[in-house]
Design a protein around this ligand. Structure first.
Ligand SMILES: Nc1ncnc2c1ncn2[C@@H]1O[C@H](COP(=O)(O)OP(=O)(O)O)[C@@H](O)[C@H]1O
Ligand SMILES: [Mg+2]
Length: 499
């Protein structure tokens, strides 16, 4: 029996506190909307108060305050549901069954797993990092001072997503505290034609008229602007510079100049730089330190197995039904965590497993649809984490690949461990004939085999006569068949009778 769907949000999980716990409303903070100045002072008192409810627990997410980022829309079995109250434990916590043949349901699953989908249920596993970034921005806004932060971590560790959520919550917090919300600007450095264009982008935000600027470069204009009280913008500006690696590799001076903007006397910039390379901090921080401008560094560590499965499960909570066998998600999380801890990859593998499951549906007449299993995930994972040899096979020239197919055909169904070059050539010619590809001559064939031997795919013995040279395979047949899975041409090559 399906459980009741709660029309309103269920109580937030422990990691996502209720809105009031994080961002008290102006009313709660004792503010009066009539006087901005008064509001500001009162709000500050409230915020500074040791009783302030903000981040009372270090584990609470700074982002949980928004109605948009609260608990997932659909949570079944809420302990507060009227049915549960009436029937207590008699209500089975069974979820509706997934119908993968329903295109709308299938689409919803794929969307929940898509990297471009911002999880509606908020972020899990990045509470601490988000809290630290939020606290940093909050302090800058409260003290009306500039500051810089350097966020780094491997790709797919949730940096961009976390910072964009923090940015929203800083605005919301300032608004609710009756403070002026900081202006904000996001720049992705991969979109810059030139590294120094970044200063033009920041300048644009201040809408400085060209006439007033004379011949000064955008950087010089910014430097001048932030050095004089009269010209310095009063409003705080939160600048998020993503993919900052791009600035570092091309021209480190740009990076130094950028961070230095936050040290100028009247600067009100809060700069958050995000980079993938974790060792970059070591390379550019010492210089910034010597310039008295060392940013706070926050490192996003690669996701662990438990975090990956937690994130996947959390994203799937927006669905009413179970899509994966729990073991399948565990398997994916374990593999991805052991490789890179990249969430983008984990989501890609899950989507691929869903697609494999979906293509199986077409062949099956089974009406009962089932779920994505461990085996589907296994295939999806092996596609993503191909052994190096498989990738190498895929990079070989076509005729060398056909020789490997001939070898696979020779040994696949026999106990033989060796053949001769002449026999192998016959098998190769057979493949060429059936696929209508002109075969190369014996001399070239023997050269190809020598190349394959040098690369470790096969071993060639010695003989006076070329055709009698002994040939053994040095890699697994399964690597050859796996490499060519899905290629019609090579699947045909592998169908040839053995010799
Ligand atoms: N904690 C998380 N919760 C939910 N989804 C996440 C989380 N971390 C990463 N993701 C997913 O992985 C994708 C990559 O994250 P992103 O923030 O772009 O990583 P980075 O900027 O570190 O390369 C995001 O678009 C999001 O879909
Ligand atoms: Mg990113």
């Amino acid at each position: 029996m399906p459980t009741l769907r709660s029309a309103t949000l269920s109580p937030a999980p422990a990691a996502t506190p209720s809105p009031t716990a994080v961002t008290p409303s102006p009313a709660a903070a004792g503010t009066t909307p009539s006087s901005a100045a008064k509001r500001r002072m009162t709000a500050r008192r409230a915020a500074d108060s040791p009783d302030s409810p903000q981040f009372a627990s270090p584990h609470k997410s700074p982002l949980a305050g928004s109605g948009h980022f609260g608990a997932p829309k659909m949570l079944s079995g809420s302990p507060k549901s009227s049915r549960k109250r009436l029937y207590g434990d008699l209500v089975p916590a069974e979820r509706p069954k997934w119908n993968p043949r329903d295109p709308a349901q299938m689409q919803a699953v794929k969307e929940a797993l898509h990297v471009a989908t911002t999880p509606s249920c908020g972020l899990v596993c990045r509470d601490d990092e988000q809290r630290r970034v939020f606290e940093f921005c909050k302090a800058c806004v409260q003290q009306e001072r500039a500051g810089s932060l350097y966020v780094c971590g491997c790709p797919g560790t949730g940096k961009t997503l976390s910072i964009s959520k923090v940015k929203q919550s800083v605005s919301r917090w300032a608004d609710e505290m009756g403070m002026e919300t900081p202006d904000d600007l996001s720049i992705n450095c991969t979109n810059l034609g030139n590294t120094s264009d970044i200063f033009g982008k920041i300048l644009e935000k201040f809408q400085v008229r060209k006439k007033a600027s004379g011949k000064l470069s955008p950087l010089q204009q910014l430097q001048r602007m932030f050095s004089h009280k009269e010209s310095a913008p009063r409003r705080m500006l939160l600048v998020v510079v993503d993919e900052m690696d791009y600035l570092i590799t091309r021209d480190r001076a740009v990076l130094h100049d950028l961070f230095m903007l936050t040290t100028l006397q009247f600067s009100r910039c809060i700069l958050i730089g995000i980079a993938n390379a974790v060792d970059l901090a070591d390379r550019f921080l010492p210089k910034l330190e010597s310039l008295n401008c060392k940013p706070l560094v926050i490192t996003f560590r690669a996701y662990s197995k438990d975090q990956i499965s937690n994130i996947i499960n959390h994203r799937l909570k927006v669905l009413e039904y179970d899509v994966f066998e729990p073991m399948a998600i565990e398997f994916c999380a374990r593999k991805v965590a052991a490789a890179t801890g990249d969430m983008r990859k984990a989501l890609g593998v899950c989507r691929s497993a869903v697609e494999i499951f979906e293509s199986g549906l077409q062949d099956s007449s089974d009406k009962g649809a089932g779920v994505v299993t461990f085996d589907h995930m296994d295939i999806a994972l092996s596609k993503v984490f191909k052994p190096a040899v498989v990738n190498n096979i895929l990079c070989l020239p076509q005729h060398q690949q056909m020789v490997l197919c001939a070898l696979a055909n020779t040994f696949q169904h026999s106990r033989k461990k060796a053949t001769t070059l002449g026999e192998l050539n016959k098998s190769y010619i057979e493949i060429c004939r059936s696929t209508q590809v002109p075969a190369v001559g014996m001399l070239e064939f023997s050269n190809m085999c020598m190349i394959l031997s040098d690369q470790g795919y096969l071993k060639l013995g010695q003989s006076k006569e070329d055709k009698l040279r002994r040939v053994t395979l040095q890699i697994d047949i399964s690597d050859i068949t796996f490499a060519f899975k899905g290629s019609r041409f090579f699947e045909k090559c592998l169908e040839q009778p053995k010799f």
